[in-house]
Design a protein around this ligand. Sequence first.
Ligand code: NDP
Length: 322
Amino acid sequence: MANKTLKNTQDFEIYDVAIIGGGPAGLTAAIYTSRALLKTLAIAGNPPGGQLTTTTEVENFPGFPNGIQGPELIQRMREQSLRFGAVLKDENISKINGTFSTGFTLTESSGNQYNARSIIIATGASAKWLGIPTEQAFRGRGVSACATCDGFFFKGKEVAVVGGGDAAMEEANFLTRFASKVYVLVRKSKEKMRASKIMLQRAFANEKIEFLFYTELREVLGTEKVAGIRVVNNQTNEEKILSGVEGVFIAIGHAPNTEFLRDFVELDAKGYVVASQGTHTSMEGVFVAGDVADFRYRQGVTAASFGCMAAIDLERFLAERG
Ligand code: NDP
């Protein structure tokens, strides 16, 4: 007699390809492989969608002259992959076993297992943190790495953004919709900031933004919630307390999501998947796409293109192997 309380943790299908990752790289790959009539499983992550789901307006993805919200762009890509028969699971893979000749088994964090003949890794990259103790202590209580998610909570309040790249400029500009004032803490000089000219121009023109150069965050102050920050000038060692700050947004870059791949494919010193001949990894039958292998371009459109390339490389590989 069937025991209805038992959860079926085994999907007995053997997929032609399992794609790990639900951002533009993984979903574009899923559109291509499913449209090429390969039985496609896309394991899109939990929460699914990657970095685009935590961004606001995407203005530079071709085809959207008036821009599009990141989550909507991802939702459209999901629908497009479903249209061609891809199976989507919003889960995280924690382990992969096997080889191309034995077949691959992918195990999800709660134990579900999937079998596939080939794999595309498209797990992207995650936000980096500063590593100061009070940063984690106040995470979710005023410290965040996602202005889109948490900016709304700071209506009429002062906030600080840490970082001098495009992400920091985007977060700072976005936060001015809500906050009364946005400090941007940059550890270098104005001239050495990494952000692109257009993003800098916008941020500098925004009257609600005040830049503090050569400035590092030392401590987040407060008891229950953030109530000020202690910063230091790294040239003079002069410390300052910005007592009005109630929200802190860390925007200092990303690290690739490859911890679960350590013993499976070759990674470089920073943990990015090493790709050769386009999108091949060190493991036969395993391909890579998107920010998990790309620390140079890191755009939605380059990730999508990378996903397309991986799907085509994989199709050709499977065709050659019969
Ligand atoms: P970047 O690597 O470009 O910039 C990271 C910033 O954080 C730098 O200013 C860096 O300073 C600073 N930083 C790093 N570690 C620390 C630390 N421990 N303490 C203080 N500051 C620190 O990352 P982004 O996430 O900004 O951008 C990644 C890529 O995504 C880029 O290619 C960017 O162009 C792109 N992007 C594009 C957007 C758009 O066009 N709409 C939006 C967002 C990102 P330092 O220079 O001193 O190392």
